[in-house]
Design a binder for this molecule. Sequence first.
Ligand SMILES: NC(=O)c1ccc[n+]([C@@H]2O[C@H](COP(=O)([O-])OP(=O)(O)OC[C@H]3O[C@@H](n4cnc5c(N)ncnc54)[C@H](O)[C@@H]3O)[C@@H](O)[C@H]2O)c1
Length: 427
Amino acid sequence: MIDLDRRNFMKTATAGLAAVSSFHIGTPKGVAGPNDRIRHAGIGIGGQGRRLCETFASFDDCELVAICDVDPGRRADAKRRIPNSDKVREVEDYRQILDDPTIDTISIGTPDHWHGPLAIAGVLAGKHVYVEKPCCHNLHEGRMMVEAAKKTGKCIQHGTQSRSGQGTLEGIEALREGVIGKVRMAKAINSQLREPIGRAKPTDPPAGVNYDLWLGPADQTPFTQNRWHYNWHWFWDLGTGDLGNDGTHQLDVARWGLNVKSPHSVSAAGGQLFYDDDHETPDTQVITYEYDDCYLMYEMRLWNNYKLEGFHNGVTFYGDEGILGIEPSGCYIQKIGAEREKFTEGNQFSLHIRNFLDAVQAGDPSKLNAPIEVAFDSVTLVHLGNIATRVGTKLHYDGVAGRFKDNDAANDLIARNYRKGYELPTV
Ligand SMILES: NC(=O)c1ccc[n+]([C@@H]2O[C@H](COP(=O)([O-])OP(=O)(O)OC[C@H]3O[C@@H](n4cnc5c(N)ncnc54)[C@H](O)[C@@H]3O)[C@@H](O)[C@H]2O)c1
């Protein structure tokens, strides 16, 4: 995928679009269910998990059969809001989903600390997996996910839906065609206004919630409203900060456009410079990833409500003949001395899920637009950036060995400790 050339690119793009307009249910090759509809279960059904379930259920060849969440309030809310979900089974413990041989596919919309363990357990249990971004909470998990996908031959699609977006695909094609000349730098911009979270005292978890299962592999910390739905993003043992949240999308597109894999070094600075609240992760962060012939820069401010380079979140590629910008809703090109030219926009999200279902129907992970090995290369940048920020020094990285060359403190952050009973499944 990283070496996507024009021929492969056109094949991928055309296949994706054709699939949307003329998909027919055929004999499934990758599906183990009793009929030829894919039987799907959503695990973690907060805002994004519910959106995933709704989209899966919207395709004729897919049936939403179960929703799983440790919070009964979230399950009830999903049942209320997902059309025709009266018969959808409600489950608290994901192990019941994995043990059910009639379920073909799962989507994972839990907090980040559960993504890797659930995805690995999922493919080992024979399911195809759609996992939200960032695919892993640490570098070790990501590697194990790639191994697990290889070993089982199952699909793991990453929730970086720009990979299926027409605007992004046209932008990448234009870069490959040299439309803005030689590109030696890309800037991934994550500039938006996020609300402060204040300070929260420990309380009992809400009634009926299985907080132990919610914590899973993470440390046994007391419940607070801030270390709970959505705000877990800002705590290191649960989330990956906004670099792993929105930043994953921008870094993925930037890396794809530059056509690079693992940088040889990374330097970063970041901190909580604006808000005074419970956040552990930065609200302001700048990172430089160095490659042999180009730089990838990441710039994050979570206290801006204005656009830069034309967008809040997006990537600008700098060539010697102009610039090219890619954002979620499309892409533009501005050649030196010319007006800005705007490209296509499109619904990336349902195209991306359609692409996953097509790969599952074909039983062929090579059809995925965001397979785990490509996802892991991009999410590696998230972890390198966060580790460099936390260690506070320039780091040299060996992408083949998956280790930092010169820093024990950084190497200590490659993996996490898993709480007893929630160890990473062995691949
Ligand atoms: N692709 C995108 O554009 C996009 C957009 C938004 C969010 N996301 C990703 O989706 C994920 C979820 O985000 P959110 O905002 O919905 O978070 P959220 O905290 O609102 O929802 C997470 C849900 O997972 C449940 N959960 C936690 N542990 C569980 C377990 N072991 N078993 C079952 N359920 C469990 C929680 O109870 C909660 O309902 C995040 O990783 C986020 O990065 C992706």
